[in-house]
Design a protein around this ligand. Sequence first.
Ligand code: IPD
Ligand code: CA
Ligand code: CA
Length: 262
Amino acid sequence: MEYLDITLRAAKIAGEIHKKYFRGDFKPRTKSASFDLLTCADIEAEEAVVSFIRKHFPRHNFLAEENKYPTTDSEYTWVIDPLDGTNNFACGLPIFCSSVALVHKDRVLSGAVYDVTRKELFYAQKDKGAFLNGKPIRVNTASKLRQSMLITGFYYSRGREVDETLKAVKSFLFKHILGIRRLGAAALDLCYVASGRAAGYWEFELSPWDFAAGKLIVEEAGGRVSGRLGESMPLDQRHFIVASNGRIHKDMLKVINSNRTK
Ligand code: IPD
Ligand code: CA
Ligand code: CA
């Protein structure tokens, strides 16, 4: 089976597990902090996705949120967030997804983000465009902040990141943007930029499994993804992220950096 098919099927396998547990009778645990939750759906979805991919590509590597996997000599790595938006999921809020990407060296070849609640499958293949349920998607045409709906996120940290994010929120609002949303699932936030529902998104720090698939989907939809200085983002570490339709990218960076505290 071709790698794009595997990417899509893997994302959907996770989605079916989300559906099985959503609003069910489970008790979330906490991870590093009391506000960073973990559910049986995160664990089961990751196990199911990894074992499905392994059947097809037994030598490939895995970088996934909930477990560590032995390294192989393969140049291919599957980057997986089995459930993005866990805190939403655990509270019964229907904004969450799975995210699966295949990376060769430092290039993302394919990425899929699946929102089982809305049955929306976003995906892209390098140099072949981005799609939502089989139909091509493009970023929107907003060229001014005034015409822009923005999305942000709050990283699991309660330090200066919160302060800077809130300062940027205030500055954007004073630029008379259409609005700012905090949806709670980074991979979906990126897909909403890719499909033109929002003009831009930024967040202080994301992990590779949060952004690997979504970044490719935004870029293949004609948008831009960078770090806070406009630099390209490495795929193997946590990173500040700014994603946009391209047209408002510089203006977003300006506002974000004017609120930098160090
Ligand atoms: C989180 C969500 C959230 C973002 C956090 C992520 P998780 O992922 O994407 O929107 O603000 O930074 O860690 O923990 O639900 O997979
Ligand atoms: Ca995540
Ligand atoms: Ca997750």
